[in-house]
Write a protein that binds this ligand. Structure first.
Ligand code: CTP
Length: 400
């Protein structure tokens, strides 16, 4: 969502200015173009040479170019930008912004800015907590400035840990989310995703599970959030790092039964569902509260009963305005079985992968899938799961 976006990065005189390098790297990695505007005191903390090397653009600091006397037009920069981000933003800069004190190139640029403005405050806690700073922040917020702080967004009454600049990675994430919500092709849509394995409890220390990592489902959640949709991720026991996005709500579950209950409750509130979880098909008929002892047990048989077919149950309650996509992991006669599941579970699309394909399936970062709808069969090449996720979402929601 930051691809091709033009970002004016304002840097001011705070020790956190050293983090600007990382911030620029993250922005450029996300596809953004970065123009740095730095205050005179910002230059005391980080050199323009470092910054221009990273952005591949001369850094703007003065009203005139020192070398050839060329006028730096703050009005042109204001028109060029898709967003202005001031990080770190000192108490002094925040004050000047609030009161229109245009005594440097950064503030004049801010006053000419046509694009949304984001600031990441950075100062010590006393300065941050001062009524003057708080009033200025409130004033800026009431005018539509986005304030990026550790712990997400809004001004909290609890000042603990505040004043510290939010980590560059999270700053970029919040910019991405802003553009996803505003411009994403799936904005306003709610998507439910089931992901990961399920664990079916035998006793307090043992379970029946499977090798699913949850990677594919988490990639799908990110792909949907990147397009601005609100994601309800129902996640089984996965050790993958959770996506930190305000567009992704995670519900943790353990067993097929818990996943079933969550899905049946959440799906009616959604526009679409993607059933990516590797749900256990059977669970022990009985569980015990105590650990089953080895001593004295010569052989044992576990009595298993079927779990709920969550995809099929969701397919039953699906309305004509809702979409549903399932997965089919097959080892033989893949196409035939997958087509049968598409019909049987009332799905609009099924993503088939075969364990016979190297690089497909559990625990790996790649996948090779075939997308099957009632009328089409599309086989995709071996790709990273993130890319596969984008293709699935594109095919399902038919955006370019
Ligand atoms: N699925 C589900 N609940 C289950 C079993 C499967 O929601 N109890 C979903 C999976 O998330 C997937 C689809 O159904 O989207 C197909 O899963 P798969 O294991 O391939 O199919 P099964 O119906 O279990 O059929 P089989 O084990 O006979 O291949």
């Amino acid at each position: 969502m930051l691809k091709g976006k033009k970002i004016v990065l304002g840097i001011t005189g705070s020790i956190a200015a050293y983090k600007s390098c990382l911030l620029i790297r993250h922005l450029i990695k996300s596809g953004a173009e970065v123009q740095v505007v730095i205050t005179p005191s910002g230059k005391e903390f980080i050199t323009p040479l470092t910054l221009s090397t990273l952005t591949h653009k001369p850094v703007i600091s003065e009203f005139f170019n020192q070398r050839d006397g060329m006028w730096h037009s703050h009005v042109d920069i204001g028109l060029w930008a898709d967003a202005m981000l001031i990080a770190p933003a000192t108490a002094s800069t925040i004050g000047k912004m609030a009161h229109g004190i245009a005594d440097n190139m950064l503030i004049t640029t801010y006053l000419s800015m046509k694009a949304p403005v984001f600031i990441a405050p950075a100062m010590d806690l006393d300065m941050y907590a001062h009524t003057s700073t708080q009033d200025n922040l409130r004033l800026l917020q009431s005018r539509g400035t986005h304030i990026i702080e550790p712990g997400y967004g809004h001004l909290a009454s609890d000042l603990e840990g505040k004043g510290r600049m939010e980590e560059p990675e999270n700053i970029v994430l919040q910019l991405q989310e802003y553009f996803a919500r505003r411009d994403g092709s799936m904005r306003g849509q709610r998507v439910m995703i089931t992901a990961g394995p399920t664990y079916e409890r035998i006793d307090p220390v043992r379970f029946i599970g499977n090798y699913s990592s949850g990677k594919m489902g988490i990639s799908l959640a990110k792909a949907c959030a990147n397009e601005g949709s609100q994601v309800e991720l129902i996640l089984g026991p996965s050790s993958q790092p959770l996506p930190s996005s305000s567009l992704i709500k995670v519900t943790r579950v353990e067993s097929a039964q818990e996943m079933y209950q969550a899905a049946m409750q959440i799906y009616p509130t959604c526009d679409a569902g993607i059933m990516c979880a590797a749900v256990a098909d059977f669970k022990p008929a009985d569980t015990t509260d105590h650990k089953i002892k080895r001593e004295g047990t010569k052989a044992m048989t576990l009595n298993l009963v079927p779990t709920q077919d969550i995809a099929a149950a969701v397919g039953q309650i699906k309305t004509t305005s809702q979409k549903l996509c399932g997965f089919a992991l097959e080892t033989h006669d893949a196409l035939e079985h997958a087509k049968d599941k598409l019909k049987r579970k009332n799905l609009d699309m099924i993503v088939m992968n075969s364990l016979q394909d190297p690089g497909a399936g559990f625990q790996v970062d790649t996948n090779k899938v075939t997308l099957i709808t009632p009328d089409t069969i599309t086989t995709l090449p071996l790709m990273q799961k993130n890319e596969v996720a984008k293709e699935i979402v594109r095919a399902m929601f038919k955006h370019p």
